[in-house]
Design a protein around this ligand. Structure first.
Ligand code: ZN
Length: 452
């Protein structure tokens, strides 16, 4: 099937074997259709209505139409190191030194651009249409400029969080920005790069790595959201209780930054009072199961958060944790079931909601994305139903979560523009991206003394 590529001014009528809406009623139209005008969904329903003269028809036969996935936490440029990143315990007092430090310093604008481009190619192929990207600022290295440029080139919808730290050896002191420099850098990045699809927001990296002054200053600069890394380990939790005399979330509340625009990655170690505080503030969370397990971290009981009404989006977090969002969905479901010793603890439908509408809620964007509904952005993925994992035709949702893989994503549209078609990126040159990533990785490893 050739791509009936449309301009923004053309209307599209899409037919699919099943249209999974992810709306409040979990409606599925099989067969179903979707009408798009420019970048928005204007009609959705069952059957195959006749096109108007102004419409371009995309007939996907028996394939499955879904809202695009939403990746709520990631460090995309690190894709340059996928499979080889030095192992390090992410502890409160972790010092970046040795070859890890050499490698991090050499990881500058060009490396971030190459690494993030490689990451974005994988995100798109996995059906992710909206992602966050947390990139730490290092004075003079242009890391954020490289990562944001890759975000713009990708065509994805990106909430880029510029991460700052001023109280840690994880970023050596000479590379840290002061509070006022951090605020100025955020303003510069917004002025240079912000666009309709690439939104730039602040991230005080995490409580052990920033001063209260920096948190408050960045909180004042947030428009859409502020991100932070949260209580991912028992050690982090113990540190907060010792440092402040109370747990981490209470400290954020006392600082006046715990609110509905706060997105906390890794909601792993919260006590009941913290869950209550999060719920009262309508704060949001992002859970990265594969990355957390890769790092040997605990599996939290997500139902504690969800029962309290706290949105939990899914995230990839880290390239060594894989870019396959289907793997993240399935692992989330399986680990919740094992944790609760209950097969009903997390259904396939529930985890598909986490990957779509809950992710949109976590990013404060549920009015625009996360489900296929009239008025929302036409962020769509088409899954190849001919794959044996998606046959026979019963049990579609269970098949999608337990059997489907990233390489079953056939087409992806963002704001009605097809960015992946017949499994191939439309606006990315994959061969060039891979060649550049290899070149930059070789340079990095040589500089860090990790290869000849
Ligand atoms: Zn992270």
């Amino acid at each position: 099937m050739t791509l009936n590529q449309t301009t923004r001014n053309q209307n599209q009528l899409i037919y699919a074997g099943a249209v999974i809406t992810m709306n409040d009623h979990s409606e599925i139209f099989a067969p179903g259709y979707l009408r798009i005008a420019q970048d928005k969904i204007i009609e959705i329903g069952s059957g195959r209505p006749a096109p108007t003269e102004a419409e371009t028809v995309q007939d996907f036969g028996n394939d499955v139409l879904l809202p695009g996935f939403i990746n709520t936490h990631h460090h995309i440029a690190s894709s340059l190191l996928q499979g080889i990143e030095p192992k390090h315990k992410m502890a409160v007092g972790t010092v970046r030194d040795g070859s890890w430090l050499k490698l991090s310093v050499a990881f500058d604008q060009a490396q971030c651009l190459a690494g993030a481009a490689l990451g974005y190619a994988q995100l798109l192929a996995s059906g992710i249409t909206t992602t966050t990207d947390s990139q730490s600022s290092w004075r003079g290295l242009g890391k954020l400029d490289g990562s944001i440029t890759a975000a713009i080139n990708s065509g994805l919808r990106v909430i880029f969080t510029a991460a700052f730290s001023n109280k840690t050896e994880l970023v050596p002191r000479e590379y840290q920005l002061s509070v006022s420099e951090s605020v100025a850098e955020l303003a510069r990045l917004r002025s240079d790069y912000q666009s309709q699809h690439v939104i730039i927001e602040p991230e005080p990296l995490s409580l052990p790595r920033v001063t209260d002054e920096l948190i408050i200053a960045l909180h004042q600069e947030r428009n859409h959201l502020m991100a932070m890394h949260s209580t991912y380990s028992a050690e982090f939790d113990a540190w907060a209780r010792k440092e402040f005399g109370y747990p981490a979330i209470e400290h954020l509340a006392r600082l006046g930054v715990l609110d509905e625009k706060l997105l906390l990655a890794h909601p792993v170690h919260y006590d009941d009072a913290e869950v209550q505080l999060l719920a009262q503030a309508a704060a949001k969370t992002s859970y990265c199961v594969v990355s957390n397990q890769h790092m040997g971290l605990a599996v939290p009981d997500l139902s504690r958060l969800q029962t309290a009404g706290i949105p939990v989006g899914l995230g990839l977090d880290h390239p060594n944790g894989s870019h396959d969002f289907f793997e993240t969905m399935k692992t989330t479901m399986l680990t919740q079931r094992s944790l609760k010793l209950d097969q009903d603890a997390c259904s396939a439908q529930r985890v598909l909601e986490m990957a779509t509408i809950d992710g949109a809620n976590a990013l404060g964007m549920a009015d625009q994305i996360g489900s296929l509904e009239i008025g929302k952005q036409a962020d769509l993925i088409v899954i190849d139903r001919t794959q044996p994992q998606l046959q026979p035709l019963g049990g579609l949702i269970e098949q999608l979560v337990t059997g489907a893989k990233a390489n079953h994503v056939k087409h992806v549209a963002i704001a009605g523009n097809w960015q992946l078609w017949d499994f191939q990126p439309v606006n990315m040159n994959l061969a060039e991206i891979i060649a550049e990533a290899n070149l930059q990785q070789q340079y990095l490893l040589k500089t860090a003394g990790l290869s000849a």
